[in-house]
Design a protein around this ligand. Structure first.
Ligand SMILES: Nc1ncnc2c1ncn2[C@@H]1O[C@H](COP(=O)(O)OP(=O)(O)OP(=O)(O)O)[C@@H](O)[C@H]1O
Ligand SMILES: [Mg+2]
Length: 309
């Protein structure tokens, strides 16, 4: 049996808040990742995403339960040898240039000088930082710092990526770039665990998503299944539809005998056979689905109602 890249079991974390008040940030969290998958860790602000990631990276200790990386306890630094990590708000030694910083990272992972040099240039180019790489980081914009944060995760070609909001602070081009990088990592057989509250990002790149609210894991879903199940009907553009059928579905005629209408999922088969039987045809069929955003909002709102009750 292969070892899970991440296995989290019954993890709990309580912080001491203001005036010694206890904050229960994680309550019995359990997640297991499959090698080679992209897992999106979704949750609203304050849900416990960064807390989980900090425990995985050995930056803070759990109050109870355990977190393992490739079977090794996350408290052991050896667990992180094959991990690329992007923290929530990356901050680097800003008197260094990006190239110098990457050199430092490469040495920390005991890479050879030749490998550091070659890989640094590769990741700088990938993240579109080559022209800025000789300048001190202190002069970088927020998005450039974020891109350097992604670049340093890739340097030692790790097997597992733990990324806390990787698209945060990036413009649309940067976001698309990072999504493509995640998809390429998946193609190369790597495992990616990333937190986000931007559901559209998760929808595009994740195999599975898990939702956490108020420190409690709600559920995990396969994204493909979620989207398939979420189809509630189809927008159709058709030709040659009899007026009677068109009216019964509330469609409109656009001219040239072309009609547009929404056909509910359970009425689709009978609609299609009726249309084709009468010599009509489809120009366009587009599923209307509940997306990850709607799924996420419904879960978070349901949780809010329970809390308010
Ligand atoms: N050092 C700390 N001391 C006290 N409470 C903390 C500390 N760090 C986090 N918390 C609390 O723990 C809870 C979870 O915080 P966490 O940073 O893990 O959330 P998050 O899901 O990453 O949120 P965001 O989307 O805003 O980044 C919050 O209620 C937060 O206020
Ligand atoms: Mg966070």
């Amino acid at each position: 049996m292969t070892t899970a890249p991440i296995s989290i079991s019954q993890l709990q974390k309580s912080y001491r808040g203001k005036r010694g008040k206890k904050v229960e940030a994680l309550r019995n969290l359990s997640i297991t990742l499959v090698p080679g998958e992209v897992f999106g860790f979704l949750g609203p602000n304050g849900a416990g995403k960064s807390t989980t990631i900090k425990i995985l990276m050995g930056l803070i200790r759990a109050s109870a339960g355990e977190a393992r990386i490739f079977g090794i306890s996350s408290a052991d630094p050896a667990a992180r040898r094959r991990v690329g990590f992007l923290p929530e708000n990356p901050a680097f030694y800003d008197f260094l240039t990006a190239r110098e910083y990457l050199h430092f990272v490469g040495e920390s992972f005991a890479m050879s000088s030749a490998a550091i040099q070659a890989e640094s240039e590769r990741v700088l180019k990938l993240l579109d930082l080559s022209s800025a790489a000789g300048r001190p980081i202190r002069g970088y914009s927020k998005g450039m710092v974020q891109r350097l944060g992604i670049a340093q995760t890739l340097l030692h070609d790790p097997d597992l990526y733990i990324l806390d909001e990787p698209m945060s602070g990036l413009d649309p081009i940067g976001r698309a770039l990072v999504k493509d990088i995640i998809l390429d990592l998946k193609k190369a057989g790597k495992t990616v665990f990333f937190s986000t509250h931007v559901t559209a990002d998760a929808e595009r790149v994740c195999d599975r998503i898990g939702v956490i609210v108020d420190g409690v894991f709600q559920e995990e879903r396969v994204v493909g299944e979620l989207l398939r199940e979420g189809i509630d009907g189809y927008f159709c553009r058709v030709r040659g539809l009899a007026a009677g059928i068109l009216q019964s579905f509330g469609g409109v005629t656009c001219g040239d005998g072309i009609c547009e209408l929404f056909v509910p999922r359970d009425g689709y088969d009978s609609f299609a056979s009726e249309l084709l039987k009468n010599g009509g045809s489809f120009d366009l069929i587009e599923p209307r689905r509940r997306d990850v955003e709607e799924y996420f909002l419904a879960l978070v709102r349901a949780k809010g109602e329970i809390r308010c009750a």
